[in-house]
Design a protein around this ligand. Structure first.
Ligand SMILES: [Zn+2]
Length: 263
């Protein structure tokens, strides 16, 4: 971690952008830009030069600031990453990526992880050395994104890939939805002690004006209902509300997502 640092930049009502800073070269990549001015301010304050935009997916609250940010920086100095399937929907894209493709950010190495379902071209950006992953609107702290352009099986496999990263990996997601996500989680697993403790910690953090990012892969596995489709308590709660839910994990995830859509 000593060679890198992540700076959180508030965007819009509850979005997050992130500066991923390589301390060795003084350059940064920015994950998702909605409001370019706030990102530029943060880069100036941190004394870093933005050389890349890492777009997780094409939604306006994640790429709406791409053009303005590019216009404010020297022409040709910024690479714009995104998934190939979303190339036409990501403003300014210069480097369409496939699953598993590696890229450089200063002296850092990043890797694209293809995680479709929220959109058909959603990417996570994983920095193994820094132990950090940027998950956009797929894996949230305590929840997951809506399934707009895929199905529950796809969401399950996308979430599974993120949950398969090392336990201590820091997870930086696209929105501050944590309190509400955990409220929903607690309805399904009222006896989960890790969840109860996390809710207390999150409430305290937010009361102090803090943010609930980053979380970790380990914490998500212990408390996030969308990673806990095997939990007997969760399954019983889901079945109480949707009696004909199937026994397989994908059916449980689909039903959990449906309940959350209406929560
Ligand atoms: Zn989105």
């Amino acid at each position: 971690m000593e060679n890198s640092r992540v700076v959180v930049v508030d965007q819009l009502m509850d979005n997050y952008a992130y500066l991923v800073i390589d301390e060795r070269s003084g350059v940064a990549g920015v994950v998702d830009v909605a409001e370019a001015d706030r990102v530029l301010h943060a880069a100036e304050r941190e004394g870093v030069r933005i050389v890349a935009i890492l777009s997780t997916h094409c939604h306006f609250d994640h790429v709406g600031g791409n053009d303005e940010l590019l216009a404010a920086l020297p022409p040709g100095s910024v690479q714009v990453f995104g998934h190939r399937a979303d190339a036409e929907r990501i403003p300014g894209i210069t480097r369409p990526l496939e699953d598993g493709e590696d890229f450089a950010l200063g002296a850092m190495h990043g890797r694209a992880i293809f995680i479709p379902a929220h959109t058909r071209g959603h990417l996570a950006y994983y920095f193994a050395e820094a132990g950090a992953v940027f998950t956009g609107d797929t894996l949230f702290a305590g929840g997951c994104g809506r399934i707009f352009e895929g199905d529950a099986a796809q969401m399950m496999s996308s979430l599974g890939r993120l949950a398969g990263l090392p336990d201590p990996t820091l997870v930086y997601c696209g929105h501050e939805y944590t309190r509400r996500n955990l409220e929903f989680a607690a309805m399904l697993e009222p006896s989960n002690p890790a969840l109860a403790q996390r809710r207390r910690e999150v409430d305290m953090l937010l009361e102090q004006g803090g943010r609930t990012v980053p979380t970790t892969v380990a914490l998500e596995k212990a408390t996030n209902p969308f990673l806990r489709t095997q939990s007997p308590e969760l399954r019983a709660s889901v079945r109480e509300q949707i009696p004909d839910v199937g026994d397989d994990a994908v059916s449980v995830l689909a039903a959990t997502r449906l309940l959350k859509d209406n929560f």
